[in-house]
Design a protein around this ligand. Structure first.
Ligand SMILES: [Zn+2]
Length: 385
């Protein structure tokens, strides 16, 4: 608790008053959608279907096949059992084999018209387990089965067979069946084609162009100073620290700090370090500052501002208070490889007491990083073009 309190901001600088934020949205602004989900939230434990559906949407198959699987899992196929339940029919019996109730499982697996196909598709040692599962277990285990059987993952073959089993059956019931000489051969060939097409397409899509760039800390322009900040945390929210350093055009240490924040969220910590970085730079009487930040989010906040209702708006406003002073500050994003000294200070802060620590000269534990930034080699990084 004390650690959480330590990270709270008591704002006496900008004179801003406490404000209300809507806690259900991360940016603090009210939406009807979030209010509805707050009011209708059901805290009773229930089965989490998220991972189930994730499996279905990941299956390599046509979109219509995946949508069909989704319908199956929601158990909304209009079977005779369902029709009888809704008083739309007199009997729940399967009209194809007339030897059992027409449930979803019966249609897709157990009706002899389909079970014969499955038996030929499945390796013998799998048959027993395959036919003994409940509907949801059956779908879940089979669509997650990536093992290749006959040059194609079983999940793909399975999905194709389920979909075509349904199509054939509808054709049969509604009397518009086209002849399919060998259904098993047909499913196998189709699945193989789908899989081959998938491999071809994903192969060309996954080639994101990346180039290796050598990244190093670059000193500021003549007459300018550079502020690097970075943070470290154990969890989010969790114990968080920050570090920052101001250097001149030769890479010499001008000022630096380490901050042991306590427990807070990552965005809060990211803004804290920028605030303290600006604080020490302004304190040194610097008039031209390049500010390098490793967080795209913070760069965005600093450039375009933030809504009043955002929970972090007070801290962004504190930073803007510094930016609007009588000096030049340029904000830019920096890669980790060029931000190693600030990172070192943030890690060092874990060993320090809670609070803010100012260093007029480089602490011994980061001396090496300071020297490496001046003389050391650049580090490779794969940069997305
Ligand atoms: Zn049947």
């Amino acid at each position: 608790m004390q650690l959480k309190l330590m990270s709270m901001v008591v704002d006496t600088v900008t004179g801003a008053r406490d404000r209300l934020s809507w806690g259900e949205c991360s940016d603090g602004s009210f939406t009807v959608k979030s209010a509805y989900s707050l009011l209708s939230r059901d805290m009773a434990p229930k089965q989490n279907m998220g991972s189930f559906f994730l499996r279905i949407w990941r299956v390599v198959a046509h979109e219509r096949v995946r949508v069909f699987l989704w319908l199956v899992v929601n158990q909304v196929l209009m079977t005779n059992v369902e029709r009888q339940r809704r008083h739309l029919g007199d009997s729940g019996l399967c009209t194809v084999c007339k030897s059992g109730d027409e449930t979803i499982l019966h249609i897709l697996r157990d009706c002899p018209a389909m079970s014969g196909v499955w038996i030929r598709l499945l390796p013998p040692q799998r048959r027993q387990a395959f036919f003994s599962k409940s509907l949801l277990e059956w779908i879940y285990s089979n669509v997650g089965d990536e093992k290749e059987i006959g040059e194609c993952p079983w999940a793909t073959t399975f999905s194709q067979a389920v979909w075509w089993g349904w199509k054939w059956r509808c054709g049969n019931v509604f009397g518009e069946n086209r002849r399919c000489r060998d259904r098993v051969r047909f499913i196998k060939d189709l699945s193989k084609d789908v899989w081959a097409a998938h491999k071809k397409v994903s192969g060309s899509l996954s080639q994101v162009v990346r180039v290796e760039r050598m990244i190093a800390w670059i000193p500021p322009m003549v007459g300018w100073f550079k502020l690097n900040t970075d943070g470290a945390s154990h969890g989010n929210p969790g114990l968080a620290t920050a570090g920052g350093v101001v250097r001149d055009g030769e890479g010499n240490w001008c000022s630096g700090f380490a901050l042991n924040i306590g427990i807070c969220s990552a965005p809060l910590a990211e803004l804290w370090r920028v605030y303290y970085g600006l604080y020490i730079a302004w304190g040194r009487g610097i008039t031209r500052l390049e500010l390098e930040v490793d967080s795209e989010m913070v760069v965005g906040f600093l450039r375009t501002g933030i809504e009043d209702s955002h929970p972090l708006s007070f801290l962004v406003r504190l930073c803007h208070g510094f930016l609007s002073k009588d000096w030049l500050v340029r904000v830019s994003h920096v890669y980790r490889e060029a931000n190693r000294l600030a990172d070192g200070l943030a890690n060092y802060a874990f060993s320090l007491p809670l609070g803010f620590h100012l260093f007029a000269s480089s602490p011994e534990s980061v001396n090496l990083l300071l020297l490496e930034d001046i003389n050391g080699p650049a580090r490779p990084r794969n940069v997305r073009l």
